[in-house]
Design a protein around this ligand. Sequence first.
Ligand code: NI
Length: 170
Amino acid sequence: MGKIELEIKIFGDPVLRKKANPVAKVTDQHRQILSQMAKAMYDDSGIGLAAPQVGFSDQLIAADIGEGLYKLVNPRIIKKQGKQSISEGCLSVPEVCIKVKRAKQIWVQALDEYGRPIEIKACDLFACVLQHEIDHLKGKLIVDYASFLQKIRIKKKLAALKSKVKPPLI
Ligand code: NI
């Protein structure tokens, strides 16, 4: 792939609901996708982005809460501790904000962009962001955490978002 600007996929796009594939071997192409994801994330003032959000069904995430950029391949939560509840937004679900109950601390195993195994202990906001991005890799979105009443309240917004999805050009 060249130096194409990645496009953020919006709620209603089927790629957001697909389970992302584990990466068998980290290649230059994955590194390129990861650096373009980081750029797209910074351009949109995001603090995390998962590959399905830019149309790639691979287990890749980028995250930066202001403490440095993480590019992770095949991230897995191996341990969780505590509870927290933070209001979350998502670049793929614009204008929607949902309070999500998550673990306060998590331990994540992943590969770095060169395929080297790493382990991260994340707390508070960083733990929240990683759980959010790992959800994306499973096809899960913040709207799935909305209560029945919240869903009714955001129904119109979601329908409007869904209608914005462009059909594939064939
Ligand atoms: Ni998101």
